[in-house]
Design a protein around this ligand. Structure first.
Ligand code: ASP
Ligand code: MG
Length: 405
């Protein structure tokens, strides 16, 4: 018996039949004696559909009104699920973000949660009600509806679980958990039973789409155990928890890849103070985030500088750098979209030296050239030609002993 927060993603509530399946799960958890708070996403495809609708009105719709529109996706699912639970004879109630109250900053479309009241949720739970909350939405200090960024209902769920000090936050999705690699690329990929917040954070930051990155930050900060699992099976999923001793036994927990970035190189840039600032400030001002950066110093006083940006921002960034190149008298600027980033992640790296060398050797054996390298304490990423991405992931998965028997 405890307090369980369950979050159901878009595919888990894609139609009435699936919402009924969710209702059955919720009821089962409730009948086991638990208090249950359910966070729902919009039905699969609904958020995209609403965005398209808005774009027909205006290519860049008003941000306040767009959030008011997008929030209806989750409102619909929450009301339908609560309705269903009530017709099954249970005391259930839907609450929108502002009713919970999920208080955010003013940033429409990508608001950050600042504070959650949960008083109303608590008193409803005390009456043994099942509380259904519309995910992805909150309200700013002026009472306007805000949304938390794509995939934001994960963050709603973990933040509400943290505020309620829930025993567990279950994230229901259409996969059975977090895998050692994408099973569609590596058939021998295995489900991970337990992974640390930090590893999950690294994986989310390099493009793993299982959890919104902010939800992992919340979970880590407030120590909320997160259980990622499928709403279509009874199988146990992956626990995302604090690092423990058992995790040190594996050096690398997962191999991932990401084809979402492009690379920009400025050739023969003057090697003197202020140049890097001139190259990166206008990109930052355009709201484009830069990932990997390398710069080499040459004897001639000129240097090449290469960095990566999301493919979606590639053209804009390239145009900006063409201007910058003229400004700073760089010789040349060119871009490349045919790249992929492969990464190995694992807390075990802290206690096992030589992981980078092993990774480079593996890629060398496959004849794959490394263009750029970046590392964190628990991750090593290599930028390679896109056509080798799958091969690289498979070879690394085998090298680090992750293949299923
Ligand atoms: N419906 C929103 C989206 O598609 C939020 C979510 O599903 O987490 O991004
Ligand atoms: Mg999602």
């Amino acid at each position: 018996m405890g307090l369980i927060v369950q979050k159901y993603g878009g595919t888990s509530v894609a139609n009435l039949e699936r919402i009924q399946n969710v209702a059955n799960r919720v009821v089962r958890t409730h009948q086991q004696g638990n208090d249950v708070v359910v966070i729902v996403s919009a039905m699969a495809g609904v958020t995209d559909g609403l965005i398209n609708l808005a774009r027909k009105v205006n290519e860049t719709p008003d941000k306040r009104e767009l959030d008011a529109l997008l929030a209806t996706g989750e409102q619909t699912t929450a009301a339908l699920l609560a309705m269903m639970l009530r017709s099954m004879g249970f005391q259930a109630l839907s609450l929108m973000g502002f009713q919970v109250e999920v208080r955010t900053d003013f940033c429409y479309g990508n608001a950050r949660i600042q504070d959650i009241r949960v008083d109303r949720v608590r008193s409803l739970l005390a009456d043994r009600a099942i509380v259904v909350v519309a995910g992805f939405q909150g309200c700013d200090p002026d009472g306007n509806i805000t949304t938390l960024g794509r995939g934001g209902s994960d963050t709603s769920a973990v933040a509400i679980a943290a505020a309620l000090k829930a025993d567990c936050c279950e994230i229901y999705t259409d996969v059975t958990g977090v895998f050692t690699a994408d099973p569609s690329v590596v058939p021998k990929a295995r489900k991970i039973d337990k992974i640390s917040y930090e590893e999950m954070l690294e994986m989310a930051s390099i493009g793993a789409k299982v959890l919104q990155i902010r939800s992992v930050e919340f979970a880590m900060k407030y120590n909320v155990p997160v259980h990622v699992r499928s709403s279509f099976s009874e199988e146990e999923g992956t626990m995302v928890v604090n690092e423990d001793n058992g995790m040190e036994r594996v050096v690398v927990s997962a191999v991932t890849m990401n084809k979402n970035d492009a690379r920009i190189t400025l050739r023969k840039v003057p090697d003197m103070p202020g140049i890097a600032a001139k190259i990166f400030s206008p990109v930052a001002e355009a709201g484009i985030s830069v990932d990997m950066i390398i710069q080499n110093t040459r004897a001639s006083g000129k240097t090449d500088l290469t960095f990566t940006v999301p493919k979606a921002d590639f053209k804009a960034a390239l145009a900006i750098e063409k201007k910058v190149a003229e400004d700073i008298a760089a010789e040349d600027v060119f871009g490349d979209e045919n790249i992929a980033k492969v990464s190995v992640t694992g807390v075990g790296m802290r206690s096992h030296p030589g992981v980078a060398a092993r990774m480079f050797n593996t890629l060398a054996r496959e004849g794959i050239n490394i263009m750029m390298i970046s590392t964190s304490e628990i991750r090593i990423s290599c930028l390679i030609e896109q056509k080798y991405a799958e091969l690289a992931v498979q070879a690394l998965h085998t090298e680090f002993g992750l293949d299923a028997a």
